[in-house]
Design a protein. Structure first.
Length: 756
């Protein structure tokens, strides 16, 4: 590959090959096609090659860049690699001026692959040699940031591409023809799968050699803390000799990828592993010593010769917790923290809404033991679902999970001994007035479909409540935890986010760190303290507080419908006193138990143990933006119950679109105060005021209906509250007695925040 062509590869478009669409008059015809059963069938390459050869002569597209991108895919699958390489060369030439200064894009992978396949074909050399030549002609010329991005993409598993191709094959099953536009989409999906399958074995050695040229990786250092030593890895860019600001992550997992990413952005990347590699791996007590661990590591980092004395912390999940644990003690060297989907112990883990989750048992067992059997079984979802069902059907106490699973778990039992948000949890992260002392810049990112959202919102609301001048920026969008930890390009549960929502969370964090530590411009997206994407509107909103996101509200009353199972959300309070009766037999284990579904768009709703309320069609579009609240007027025959509330937009087309996920869940006795339990009054009419810890932002279309599901929790993957008022983890099916019966009176209402 000559230098001119290499330069062309360096400057590429942000338009990703996998997102290209095909439109044109040519798409009206159909081709004979019988989908193979499996993506792994030996006949697949021949079938796809035949399809590509038939599409090529008729393919048309007015947009030249889109035409070339799709044409090259067709040519590669048809086996004409030289032509595909020429098409991608022309595409790069057309994009060169427009994309000058833009970040590198995934399209570069297919430029490299096309050139490698052309070299293999023309020179009759092994693909390993051809791919190494193409890789080394391109990647070493990139700067560290772009090289990191491209090599991370190249190192991706082929599995998601295989699965995406398989899904398209499954959709075509039972048909004997395929539309030409659909054929191009299938061919593109196959190309992605085939490319990653082809070059996957060659990538690790090539990336390792490139990394050796770019980075200095120090031997792991054991940093002493009050609770044991922690292995810490440091990665630094070789071309920078001056002292560097360190970006630190303290994590459970054993990977160092984020340290290299920080080094690629011009920082000293530091990753501390709470669990070492086998056989040195030793059990850890999660959460309990986070502040001490973080403080010791920060002090060690600041004292190193390569450090300029400043430390920023980042992370997601447990790593995000560690950043907040450090902030509770605020070491002088800690200057900023950026977290995505951070865990808040006692708030969203191991319980959420004060209801314990079975996954907490599974995870804590993995973290606190070094048994090889536990290590191997941790990722076996089918095994854990079966064990959950064993407990559910047995009706035994929640505390007996360890006995049923044959693995005692002392830390889980310790957690169960603290069902309230008491001092045990309060000491792990900043609490109340401690937030007032946190003056360093903070960036928090969360999603409408992220289970961790309550924790992220807890940190933001408490910080800004006790420190009104807090330099804390919040970003919310249609993301789940996986997208926040990786990249939002992977749509949560098949949901396709708006184009403006497809941000790179990692890159945004580094832009923010550059603003804090290097004086670069503040990212354009962060215009205010709260920055939120409005789903279905394809726009970002900005506000100074969570309350200011909306500016108005709609109040819907729970109106009983005597004519059927579906009840009304009414904008007007009914003139007569009515109630909706809900009965759930907590002792019944005979019904089929399906794993919870998290599909965000569906044709119908499952309403077992739930009551459906639906509004009239909206007369105009409304932006549901923020945290909903409710006042429930009810009578119940138990002293406690666990509720779940979910909202959907019921489109005029008939589809139901979930507004946030998972559902808002809460234990009624902790709705008023998560620190002190207030039992219900069995047999008496009473009120419960709710303030959701889950939020959304979506434009509800004119003609759509708002749907609410109000349910009682009885799931095999949750603690079950039998309503005696005693310690729920001590209750068993013997405490169920009469079925739970609730009367929801028509005075009850929900209040939806609406943007004006």
């Amino acid at each position: 590959m000559n230098s001119a062509r290499s330069a062309g590869i360096r400057i590429v478009s942000v338009v990703v090959l996998s997102l290209c669409t095909v439109r044109g008059a040519w798409a009206a015809s159909a081709l004979d096609f019988h989908a193979p059963q499996s993506a792994d069938d030996s006949a697949v390459p021949g079938v796809m090659r035949d399809l590509a050869e038939r599409v090529l002569p008729v393919y048309q597209e007015a947009d030249r860049e889109r035409y070339l991108a799709n044409l090259s895919a067709l040519q590669m699958v048809a086996g004409d690699y030289s032509a595909a390489d020429a098409s991608r060369h022309e595409l790069r030439d057309r994009r060169r001026r427009k994309d000058a200064g833009q970040p590198v894009s995934r399209a570069l992978i297919y430029d490299i692959y096309a050139y490698a396949k052309a070299t293999q074909s023309e020179n009759r050399v092994p693909l390993a040699n051809a791919f190494a030549r193409a890789f080394n002609d391109v990647v070493p010329r990139l700067d560290d940031r772009d090289a990191y991005v491209i090599t991370r993409w190249l190192e991706s598993s082929e599995r998601p591409f295989r699965d995406a191709f398989q899904r398209q094959l499954d959709q075509l099953r039972g048909t004997d023809s395929i539309g030409e536009d659909e054929a191009v989409k299938l061919i593109r999906a196959y190309l992605e799968f085939a490319a990653y399958r082809d070059f996957g074995p060659f990538v690790p050695a090539l990336v390792e050699a490139d990394d050796d040229r770019r980075y200095t990786v120090d031997a792991p250092a054991l940093v002493k803390t009050p609770h044991g030593s922690i292995a810490t890895v440091v990665v630094r860019p070789k071309q920078i000799s001056k002292p560097l600001t360190a970006l630190l992550e303290i994590k459970i997992e054993d990977t160092d990828a984020n340290a290299k990413e920080s080094a690629a952005h011009g920082y000293a990347g530091v990753v501390a592993h709470l669990r070492g590699d086998p056989p040195e791996r030793s059990p850890r007590v999660p959460y309990q010593h986070g502040a001490d661990e973080a403080r010791a590591i920060i002090q060690w980092v600041a004292a190193q010769t390569w450090s300029d004395g400043r430390v920023g912390m980042y992370g997601s999940g447990y790593s995000g917790f560690e950043a907040w644990a450090a902030a509770s003690r605020l070491p002088p060297a800690l200057k900023a923290i950026a977290t995505a989907a951070p865990t808040a112990p006692g708030i969203d883990f191991p319980m959420s809404g004060s209801i314990f989750r079975n996954f907490a048992y599974r995870w804590s067992l993995y973290v606190t033991t070094s048994k090889e059997s536990v290590e191997k079984s941790y990722g076996d979802d089918a095994l854990w679902r079966a064990l959950d069902l064993d407990w559910y059907k047995s009706g035994r106490r929640y505390r007996d999970l360890g006995r049923i699973h044959a693995e005692p778990n002392p830390i889980f039992i310790r957690w169960l001994n603290h069902p309230s948000y008491d001092r045990y949890w309060q000491k792990m992260v900043p609490f109340r007035k401690q937030f007032a002392d946190i003056s360093i810049p903070v960036l928090t990112t969360t999603g409408y479909f992220a289970p961790s959202q309550p924790g992220a919102l807890y940190y933001f609301t408490e910080h800004t409540r006790y420190n009104p001048n807090a330099n804390h920026t919040l970003i919310l969008g249609p993301y789940d935890d996986r997208a926040l930890q990786d990249r939002p390009a992977a749509s949560p549960e098949g949901y396709q986010p708006d184009a403006v929502a497809l941000i790179d969370v990692h890159d945004l964090q580094y832009q923010w760190f550059d603003h804090i530590f290097k004086g670069s411009a503040k990212p354009e997206l962060l215009k205010d303290r709260v920055n939120f994407e409005v789903m279905a509107a394809n726009e970002w909103g900005h506000a100074s507080t969570l309350e200011a996101m909306a500016g108005g509200s709609l109040k819907f009353y729970l109106d009983a419908n005597d004519a059927g199972e579906s009840h009304r959300l009414s904008l007007r309070k009914g003139s007569r006193a009515t109630f909706v009766r809900q009965v759930v037999n907590l002792a019944d284990r005979t019904e089929g138990v399906l794993p919870p579904t998290h599909e965000l768009t569906r044709k119908n709703l499952l309403t077992r143990d739930q009551i459906l309320f639906e509004s009239e069609p909206l007369t105009k579009s409304r932006d549901f933006v923020g945290l909903f609240s409710a006042r429930l007027d009810f009578k119940v025959n138990k002293m406690d119950m666990d509720l779940n509330i979910a909202f959907y937009e019921h489109l005029a087309s008939g589809d139901y679109v979930r507004l946030f996920d998972p559902a808002y869940e809460l234990r009624a006795s902790y709705a008023r105060d998560r620190i002190h339990r207030h039992l219900l009054k069995a047999g008496e009419r009473q009120e419960l005021t709710l303030h959701s810890d889950r939020m959304t932002s979506r434009r509800l279309k004119s003609g759509s209906r708002l749907v609410m599901l109000l349910g009682i929790n009885k799931r095999p993957d949750r603690e079950i509250n039998y309503g005696t008022g005693d310690d729920v983890s001590e209750e068993s099916i013997a405490d169920a007695h009469a079925p739970l019966e609730v009367r929801w009176y028509s005075d009850s209402f929900i209040e939806i925040p609406i943007r004006k």
